[in-house]
Design a protein around this ligand. Structure first.
Ligand code: RIB
Ligand code: CA
Length: 313
């Protein structure tokens, strides 16, 4: 059993990731922290509370975090996730209320309580994590590490950006926060676009039809979440669920240890996660700081999605 804290900006794929996390006996989710990203902080926090009710989960705190990046303005992704942030899915007003602790306070409290027993799973911009590191730098050594959905590392043919030719949204939205996290020394496993946009790891139109035909409340909710993306793009990238799956079963992914720098000053390169793979100039090489995912057992990953997200345990 792994104890995890999930930092999220729900978001369609965040919702799928939470369905996976709370249907997996390998994980004990100690709490959710919310961050501005796909949608505003308030809307993301509301969606987190709604999703816990939908899942019948009680006693898991939801602590709201940053309503904007460290230095920049918010640039949401409502064009992808819809005005509610949950695509075409609708959920009733939540019974639960936000925790009175803020995200940074909650992260640091859980780190102090669980130590190496805690894994941070980040599936949104890294603003809250950067805030925790700035508030208590020792936190990087207290916990077991951080598994993120984030980055585009150029390590596979799919390793280019989504929000720009070179940048992945979670890093791009708050590049200063991402730089703090990547440079901090915290053990990082990064599930980037290199693998999440590989067609072998995406939900296809055929799979979607299978989900629609299932007819259960849960499967219908998943279909409502994804339908607009299937219509528009012919498939759905399971970015955030893959990060959660990598914690549930690390054997699903293979990684390459690489040295990553985050671009914070570029105009066209804002949020680029630059990998230095030079084998010469060794004295110039930055120390490798990230286990970047380069391949996925796609069949087992998609089986896990159907078993635990669509059908539920
Ligand atoms: O680039 C994909 C990431 O950005 C995912 O976490 C998605 O939810 C958005 O936040
Ligand atoms: Ca997300």
């Amino acid at each position: 059993m792994k104890h995890a804290l999930i930092d999220t900006d729900p978001g369609v794929d965040d919702a799928l990731a939470l369905l996976l996390a709370f249907s997996s006996p390998e994980l004990r989710v100690e709490g959710l922290t919310t961050v501005a990203g796909n949608v505003s902080l308030d809307l993301g926090s509301l969606n987190a509370l709604k999703l816990l009710d939908f899942l019948g989960v009680e006693g898991v705190p939801v602590a709201a975090g940053a309503e904007k990046p460290l230095l920049r303005k918010c640039r949401d992704a409502s064009s992808i996730h819809g005005e509610t942030g949950l695509g075409g899915a609708t959920l009733p007003e939540p019974n639960g209320r936000l925790d009175e602790r803020g995200a940074v306070e909650f992260i640091l409290e859980k780190a102090g309580e669980l130590g190496r027993g805690l894994t941070l799973i980040t599936i949104g911009p890294l603003t809250n994590i950067a805030g925790a590191i700035l508030a208590r730098p020792s936190v990087i050594d207290e916990i077991s590490g951080l598994v993120m959905m984030g980055g585009a590392f150029g390590l596979t043919p799919y390793g280019h950006g989504n929000v720009s030719p070179v940048a992945e949204f979670n890093v791009w939205h708050d590049p200063e926060a991402a730089k703090i996290v990547f440079d901090s020394g915290i053990p990082i496993t990064a599930i980037g676009l290199d693998v999440t946009t590989d067609p072998a790891n995406r939900l296809t139109g055929a799979s979607f039809k299978e989900i629609e035909a299932t007819g259960t409340i849960r499967a219908s909710f998943v279909a409502d979440l994804c339908r607009h993306l299937i219509v528009r793009y012919g498939g759905v990238s399971l970015h955030d669920p893959l990060a959660v799956a990598a914690v549930i079963d690390p054997s699903l992914v293979e990684t390459e240890r690489v040295a990553v720098e985050v671009e914070t000053r570029g105009e066209v390169t804002r949020g680029m996660t630059l990998v230095d793979r030079r084998r010469t100039h060794r004295e110039e090489l930055k120390e490798a700081n990230v286990e970047a995912c380069v391949s996925v057992d796609s069949v087992r990953f998609l089986d896990l999605i159907f078993e635990r997200v669509v059908r539920g345990l």
